[in-house]
Design a protein around this ligand. Structure first.
Ligand code: 9D3
Length: 249
């Protein structure tokens, strides 16, 4: 997959994409990331990319023409048509489901806003969808673009090593992960749950599933409401609830 990013901070986006699993995906040729700076496509000697909004109000808006020229250059850098995503606070919330859909496309073009945003006409003409990463205020789209690149990049076939892909399975079922422990068995901060030392793989699997269900119930009831539990899961969760209540007495 190829991802082009239109941003006033190309170094930031490229650095974020160079780390860890996603950096490795680039080294393996599974992902290519390129950044394009609208300042390089501004029409004047001052490299102006922003202007005051019509109708008044605070802040500045990104100009149509530098962005349009930048998008045209980015589109022309490869053959495949690009799916254009504007990262903006008015967008639909990014979810793992949306990430998985984006990850199947051969090409994405991410547009990052700065200042108060982008002239609406540019968005209407050039953008396929707008995405937000959550209900909080950022200073621009770059962190959101880095989030999209990371989440989409790690889903590219061959990006994850064996160890990572198992972890991925347990998240994609819509539940929170179970707790994890490593050496030492006994520590001043506590001991490792006995079942994990038992070597009984069926019991371990059952305990982990129960912890996932229980934690999701405690911490993210909104997620639990969206998954269908079979009879085994319901029994595990009921037992977790009873133990939880018993511990409170
Ligand atoms: C006057 C109101 N403006 C400032 C508080 C609205 C506003 C403009 C521009 C709020 C944020 C931004 C910049 N944000 C993004 O570009 C952005 C974003 C975000 O702020 N939150 C979550 N996801 C995203 S994706 C892009």
């Amino acid at each position: 997959m190829r991802i082009d990013v239109v941003t006033l901070f190309p170094e930031f986006v490229l650095q974020a994409a160079a780390l860890g699993v996603v950096g490795r995906a680039q080294e393996r040729g599974l992902l290519a990331v390129a950044a394009w700076n609208p300042r390089d496509f501004a029409g004047d000697a001052w490299r102006t990319v922003d202007e005051r909004p019509y109708g008044g109000g605070p802040g500045m808006l990104m100009l149509i023409d530098p962005l349009r020229a930048t998008l045209a250059a980015a589109r022309a850098a490869a053959e495949a048509p690009a799916h254009v995503v504007y990262l903006g606070p008015q967008g639909a919330r990014l979810t793992q489901r949306r990430v998985a859909q984006l990850a199947r496309r051969p090409r994405l073009l991410l547009l990052c806003g700065r200042y108060e945003g982008v002239d609406e006409r540019l968005l209407a003409a050039e953008v396929d969808e707008e995405l937000s990463i959550g209900d909080y205020v950022l200073s621009g789209g770059e962190l959101a673009a880095a989030v999209v690149i990371d989440a989409v990049g790690r889903l590219q076939e061959g990006a994850l090593n064996h160890a990572d892909s198992a972890a991925q399975d347990s998240f994609s079922d819509g539940l929170l992960d179970c707790p994890h422990y490593t050496r030492p068995e006994r520590h001043a901060l506590g001991v490792v749950p006995e079942v994990l030392l038992s070597g009984d793989h069926a019991a371990i699997r059952r305990w982990r599933r129960q912890q996932s269900l229980g934690r999701t119930w405690l911490r993210r009831p909104d997620l639990l409401a969206q998954v269908e539990l079979d009879a085994t899961d319901r029994r595990l969760l009921d037992e977790f609830r009873r133990e939880q209540l018993a511990a409170l007495r």
